[in-house]
Design a protein around this ligand. Sequence first.
Ligand SMILES: Nc1ncnc2c1ncn2[C@@H]1O[C@H](COP(=O)(O)OP(=O)(O)OP(=O)(O)O)[C@@H](O)[C@H]1O
Length: 360
Amino acid sequence: MNTVKPMIQFTNVSKSFGDFEAIRGVSLDIPEGSFTTFLGPSGCGKTTLMRLIAGFYEPDAGDIYIEGNRVNGLPAFKRNTPLVFQEYALFPHMTVYENISYGLKLQKPSRQEAKDKVGTMLSMFGLQGLQDRLPRELSGGQQQRVAFARALIMGQKVLLMDEPLSNLDAKMRVEVRNELRELQQRLGITAIFVTHDQDEALSVSDRIAVFNKGRISQVGDPWDIYFKPESKFVADFVGTANFIDGEVVAEEKDDLVVKCGDALLRVHRSKYPYRAGERVTLVIRPECISINENPVAGDNVWNGEIQRSSFLGRMIRYWVDASPFQLIVDDSSPIVRGYLQGNVCLTVDKHKIHLLPFEK
Ligand SMILES: Nc1ncnc2c1ncn2[C@@H]1O[C@H](COP(=O)(O)OP(=O)(O)OP(=O)(O)O)[C@@H](O)[C@H]1O
């Protein structure tokens, strides 16, 4: 991915509203043809950065490039970066056909050219037969598809989407996001997507930029963001994580031995730079801990007592008191064992523990 030339580049971009710095010195390359997601909690600057690309805001400092051209000061309508919102923003009094063809007006195509182009968009988005309907006669998913078709009819290479699926129900949301991903890959467009839904971000993106308070905490592919977070913030925001503080007490050939409270845990060394005497934080995803009814022998074993549990269909989540640690554990095969109760034995494979430098 690094060898692909950037479609959009930010170099040291900042943007304030009054005294409040919403974007703080952000530098980021967005590769051509990629699906990049801006993920982060509410108010961290995702929409602001998106609007800076679209030209709705101007940066106070830094530069923005689209296809290698500096676009600071270039009005929004000259940027060719359509933005789709969660409110579909369709013209309510216009039919699907009129809504989709609206963007073509500037090109002044012949009636037949317009018909052909709209026809292509209708079939691309599965909207055949709906061209004469008004937006209010469509479902939410269909309205959102019309908004995408309208955004892309001019053959744009970039599509900006600000929480475009938020108004859809859970099933439709998954359906539309999968369609969107398939289409983005087929057309080779550069898509930028804003969401605070981690599952959505992990499932559709080539790259995720995790935002925190106007800065980007980490950029990476979904796998690394989930399994190799570079900070507690990222580990905690993307999914659920158990954090255990400890100190490296031995460096062995394959493993580091970490003392956490009374327990000694073995962590595969991987590429971790940590040395004996250093404090570290272990990050363990709930699904990486196995929960057993009977005692288990070996490394990385804790005894604990289940405090509470929650059935989530595909798994049972347990909160386990493994004093001095409180651990969250997911059992992904509830149908086999049903609910567990009382005392349990927890084990974690040394390859499934991620290490971070200790943060106060
Ligand atoms: N036009 C504006 N005037 C003043 N403050 C603004 C303006 N736009 C955004 N902000 C502030 O800048 C910060 C970042 O806002 P932004 O909309 O970019 O966040 P976000 O990450 O997209 O949040 P959300 O997920 O809730 O949409 C917020 O604190 C917001 O209140």
